[in-house]
Design a protein around this ligand. Structure first.
Ligand code: FE
Ligand code: FE
Ligand code: ZN
Length: 277
């Protein structure tokens, strides 16, 4: 089954996002759990969540993807920043237990000069403190472009993080097409090779979500600038291969392309649905 959606603003609540998704023929969506810069989260509106769950059931909206604030850094050398990441992630995960069927995506972090190994250790330490045995929300590590001192721009680093986590079965990966391409994985000329490498190092069963973004910058640039589908260095035909790839069936796709309006996402969703065979 082909499931596709886009990033939506959470400001009007879950039911509003569900309706917005339906209006552009999306059957899923992504949202920030709180202001992307990481401020305090709004009080959960249980009535809105109940109304959304009913709406989602009726209109076949699946797998909302909650994105953690991208400024959180569990790999920081500063104890205060690491602690803030831990508290925020833990709070988000608890709140998501009220949104069954959702996924929680986070950027692993930046080691800020401490070295990748230290960064990975800290990320593992934080994940081990926020996950608990009964947690039902899969936590996804996003593949990063490798700008600055980002951890998670190669499959080996993501694997090392997962290996360190006690509740491994709760941890998966969200593959961002712009980020992996910028990190040097050639999904344009060798999609099969990249997926085989992912499978060999992490295991394809860990791949739970895909961010569909074209890239402004070339392969291996380590620059994180998204472009509209077909308007970047990845190009539309590569996206046709991605959405039709047999190994990627049943994995939800989320657009995070630079759009001025939700209708802009609607156009991309329409083109990609037409590309699916
Ligand atoms: Fe992200
Ligand atoms: Fe992304
Ligand atoms: Zn990005």
């Amino acid at each position: 089954m082909f499931v596709i959606g886009c990033h939506l603003s959470a400001s009007k609540g879950f039911l509003a996002m569900g309706k917005e998704a339906t209006s552009i023929q999306a059957d899923t969506f992504q949202f920030f759990t709180r202001n992307p810069r990481g401020s305090r989260a709004k009080e959960l509106d249980m009535g809105d969540i109940a109304a959304f769950l009913e709406y989602a059931e009726r209109y076949h909206i699946k797998t909302p993807l909650a994105h953690a604030p991208y400024t959180l850094n569990p790999a920081s050398a500063e104890e205060r920043i690491k602690e803030f990441a831990l508290l925020t992630l833990a709070d988000d995960l608890k709140r998501l237990s009220h949104l069954p069927g959702s996924l929680y995506n986070l950027h692993p972090g930046s080691h800020v000069g401490q070295g990748t190994e230290k960064g990975i250790l800290q990320i593992v330490e934080v994940l081990n403190q926020i996950l608990w045995a009964e947690n039902q929300t899969p936590l996804l590590l996003e593949t990063m472009s490798g700008k600055g001192s980002e951890v998670g721009s190669c499959f080996e680093e993501l694997c090392a993080i997962i290996e360190g986590v006690e509740f491994k079965e709760q941890v998966g990966v969200c593959l961002d097409t712009c980020h992996v391409y910028a990190a040097g994985y050639d999904i344009v000329n060798d999609l099969n090779g990249v997926l085989e490498e992912f499978d060999r190092i992490i295991g394809l069963e860990k791949l739970r979500a895909i961010h569909l973004n074209d890239s402004m910058h070339p392969l291996g640039s380590h620059k994180d600038r998204h472009a509209k589908i077909g308007e970047g260095t990845i190009g539309f035909s590569a996206f046709c291969h991605i959405v039709n790839h047999p190994a990627l069936q049943n994995i939800p796709f989320y657009l995070e392309t630079p759009q001025e309006t939700v209708e802009g996402y609607g156009e991309e969703i329409k083109r990609l649905r037409e590309a699916v065979q």
